[in-house]
Design a protein around this ligand. Sequence first.
Ligand code: CP3
Length: 333
Amino acid sequence: MVTAARGGTARHTPVWFMRQAGRSLPEYKKVREGIPMLESCVMPELVHEITMQPVRRHDVDAAILFSDIVVPLKAVGVDLDIVAGTGPVVAEPFATRADLDRIPELTPEHVPYITEAVGSLVAELGATPLIGFSGAPFTLASYLVEGGPSKNHERTKALMHGDPALWSDLCARLAQIAATFLQVQIEAGASAVQLFDSWVGALPRADYLRFVEPHSRAVLEAVGERVPRIHFGVGTGELLADMAAAGADVIGVDYRVSLTDAVARTRGQYAVQGNLDPALLFAPWPVIEERVRAIVAEGRQAPGHIFNLGHGVLPTTDPTVLTRVVELVHSLA
Ligand code: CP3
């Protein structure tokens, strides 16, 4: 996985799935029973077990730390929760300059459970890489400003355009938090990191470049070249070249853009990750097989290709189909 991320050719195309740990697995539902999401994220032994479950079951080529993008915000004291079926919900949404005081900078001491879980995972995983991750400033800001998941991001856009100085200060703080959260995971042994800017596809390119790119760049530059950096968002076809150039080694591609187009848009200079539509896992197997083969073939045009879905595994996905996809990708040497 790391070889492909660095733009090299691996023995076979490496494969992992966003949200590979989670509700698609009965063993996940069992160990999470009665434990709220954010509580589970601060229990290192449980984090270890849940992170390992998809590696054992599917034989994927990477583990991704079981956590959530809002964990570092909770760690610095932001009053928020993850509501099942909804997502992160913030008690007092961010609105004014005074609210910046409620989001202090993150230090490694805020997240000892991350250091502990990553350390024990790396020891068990051996040669299999562990991917660390963080939410990117825009996506984190959207949850803070909207107070929860948002379709239109109207409050976020109103703040961005209405008070650019406050927006910039908020994103600078979130960049510090994201960079430190990634550095903690790298220090503890993570072999690669993914910056999730899941909702940034809501922005036109000019606004991305002015209001977001400098902050995401700050996060990726703070990480440096120690480990490969994957940069991913949903609906980011218009932003791919800029997101790659912001300091990524690998550009994450959602299912709306073909890998062929993604390679062209990034001038063949970046490894790519993606991009099977997670909803297609519900289609008959011959349809899935045809798409997987096509994606692996398209990925050969890039300097490196990591097979993944175009977004996270849907909770009702049949996990045996995921295992079959891994076997197929591995067979296409
Ligand atoms: O396997 C993995 O990918 C690692 C674990 C992981 C989780 N969240 C676990 C989780 C990762 C990488 C995330 C990141 C995350 N969290 C993102 C970026 C990735 C993306 O999907 O674009 C975002 C936007 C969030 C915010 C968030 N947290 C949402 C939208 C939800 C879903 C709410 C729901 O119940 O449908 C969560 C909760 C969450 N994070 C769950 C898991 C396994 C489900 C909670 C549960 O099992 O009870």
